[in-house]
Design a protein around this ligand. Structure first.
Ligand code: GLU
Length: 377
């Protein structure tokens, strides 16, 4: 694939999710830089006028709260961060509204938590609202509802939030704007030979290694969460571009077909909506360690996970919750919805399916995780 193919992908895009990181919206001291909002709004208005539907996912609430309250060091205290986000979110939206109005565009604030994606009813409600806004020509600006998000219900970073928004609104391109030009083959600050990777066909171990080395300083997740978002979008059949948002003209440049940032191709095999939801929208509640035979059966032959292949169980999960399946080295092999609780699986580990009834006194199913509820990663 070369730049021509990239162009042909981009020509098909109708609905794009653009995530703008705090590092783009702040200056070198971490303070909100109002000037860049005008430039970004002008660019986004331009691509919208050309016919694209645009949904923004924007960070910056905590940074805006810090500026408002004259605090110059990001606190470690979680409640204080939530309070700062609450102080800053309205300021952030005010700046967006002002900048977009100069281009004749209206914006709307949508605040979500993880529950907005994992809970079907909330998912559908949020989806309908965003679709309605798009239909009315309004630009939705999404952020995590930091003030109410605790550990259990938070996404935690806006890269993964943006990938979830792709599935929420069936977007067909994800753009992650940050303060570096894309993914490099090393840390560009430390290694002068590190080169910008312009095309990634598949996220493999090497790519994850590069990402691990190029952690951003001011951002929440750096490259690590960006690569997680890329994988989630790719499994949904959607390409991602990681590009430098400090150069706002990159936004229209991307759609003019310029070779900007790193372009990640989508996976060849797209997961169904339900399997994508299992793999990327739910939070794992525990871990099941499986033996090599079970690993082979689920990865090579698409089989269900049976009690005989289970070595041990971690966590306190219930029936129907998401669990990770890991191999002997602790590597994640698959994830799926369990048919038995953690305490039952402990009793069933290593046993034959035919013994389930005898051991537990009842039987819900022959499998610990049915193949229809299992996603191999
Ligand atoms: N929701 C956070 C904020 O608005 C940002 C999270 C992130 O940057 O990933 O400050």
């Amino acid at each position: 694939m070369d730049n021509t193919d990239r162009k042909s992908y981009l020509r098909k895009v109708k609905r794009v999710v653009i995530k703008i990181g705090s590092s783009v919206l702040t200056n070198e001291h971490g303070e909100i830089n109002e000037g860049i909002f005008d430039l970004i709004a002008a660019e986004i208005s331009k691509i919208k006028t050309s016919g694209l539907e645009v949904v923004l996912v924007s960070s910056g609430a905590i940074a805006a709260g810090m500026k408002k309250l004259n605090i110059d060091k990001k606190p470690d205290d979680i409640v204080m961060k939530q309070a700062l986000a609450a102080c800053g979110q309205n300021t952030l939206m005010g700046i967006y509204e002002n900048s977009f109005s100069k281009n004749g565009q209206l914006t709307a604030q949508v605040l979500l938590t993880h529950a907005g994606f994992s809970d079907r009813k909330r998912f559908i409600t949020a989806r309908k609202t965003v679709f309605k806004l798009l239909k009315m020509g309004i630009i939705p600006v999404i952020n995590e509802n930091d003030a109410v998000a605790n550990e259990e219900i938070m996404v935690g970073d806006n890269d993964n939030l943006a990938a979830l928004v792709i599935s929420l609104i069936e977007g067909d391109l994800l753009i992650l704007l940050t303060n570096i030009d894309g993914l490099f083959s090393g840390d560009p600050n430390k290694n002068k030979d590190a080169r910008l990777l312009s095309l990634i066909k598949e996220v493999n171990g090497d790519i994850e290694k590069y990402a691990g080395k190029t952690y951003g300083k001011t951002t929440t997740g750096g490259m690590v969460t960006k690569i997680q978002a890329v994988k989630s979008a790719a499994a949904f059949g959607v390409p991602t571009i990681i590009a430098n948002g400090k150069i706002p003209s990159n936004i229209s440049g991307i759609f003019d077909g310029q070779d900007i940032g790193t372009f990640f191709l989508p996976s060849l095999e797209k997961l169904t909506g339900r399997k994508h939801w299992i793999a990327y929208a739910l939070k794992p509640m525990g871990k099941i360690s499986i033996d090599d035979g079970a690993k082979k059966a689920i990865t090579d032959s698409g089989k269900s996970l049976l009690p005989s292949g289970i070595k041990s169980v971690e966590g306190d999960f219930d029936i129907g919750e998401l669990v990770l399946c890991v191999d002997g080295d602790g590597n994640e092999v698959a994830r799926g919805l369990t048919s038995y609780s953690a305490s039952d699986i402990k009793k069933l580990a290593g046993q034959k399916t035919s013994n389930i009834q005898k051991i537990l006194g009842y039987k819900y199913s022959d499998e610990i995780i049915n193949r229809d509820d299992l996603v191999v990663l």
